[in-house]
Design a protein around this ligand. Sequence first.
Ligand code: PMV
Length: 318
Amino acid sequence: MKAAAPGKIILFGEHAVVYGRPALAVPVTQVSAQVDVSPSGRPGIWIEAPGIGLNAELGALPAADPIASTVRNFLAALHVLPFPDLSVRITSTIPVASGLGSGAAVSVALIRGLAGVLDLALSDAQISQQAFEIEKLHHGTPSGIDNSVITYQKPVYFVKGHPIEVLSVGRAFQFVIGDTGIQAPTRDSVGDVRRLREAEPAKWEAVFDRIGDLVRKARPALENGDLAQLGTLMNENHALLQQLTVSSIALDRLVDAARNAGALGAKLSGGGRGGNMIAIAGAAGAGGLARALSRAGATRVITSSVQPQSSRGSMGAS
Ligand code: PMV
């Protein structure tokens, strides 16, 4: 049973989303986590993830290991006893700690793979909820946006603690993602923002409010296909993320390079400090933008797009 889950990118609202403001995110199918789960003749549940040097039986893995926890939580939630003998192989093309949702994608693909091989039906809501439990191990206090957009594989408008809203996009548009090549754990930047807010709540709540206002304006711009407006709002969102101290010299360099190359707008995406930025291509197209980002030092550039009727379930279990 093979299963896959895409990466994701946050268009607007990271960090403020942890404090109840809305955020917008879209799936990125150019990168994915892949899982192959099969019944095995060897006793136990053997998990192999060559990318992170993992090759062990479930019982040998620590309680807090995210992959082992995904398997254990799944089996417990669905009352699977005794544990079946399985062999699980996990690979991923999503860079880790880079704001593209690698942890959530592995969780979602793994849950789909386990459900498939054991012939158990799970709703998207159940899959997303199980992946959210694992996000807590990765991030400490996640908002839940990663597991939501990666499970549903559609553009989403997300408010923590509320049912997700899937958006229909008014017009196809291309965006380019540039990687600083610097790994930066989301847990750290989220923790730093939390400390800022604890020290001066009124000041930072006001910044979160301004980010929330941008996201509420970005939603109709996305639904109506107003790309120029989206670009302007992205630039404003980046400035507020700079105030939150989560940008970096490398991110600002890529954002500036994108704007100078004709992007309609650009901002960091995700936890920040390193990881990825996103830019919306203008009339000149994504090619020149991608080259400009590479010249400015991006270690990897992904060109992706959002389509008006993005087809559901292009990645799932088979
Ligand atoms: O996983 P990342 O790096 O894309 O960051 C998630 C976005 C944050 O708002 C910073 C954290 C969260 O849980 O929403």
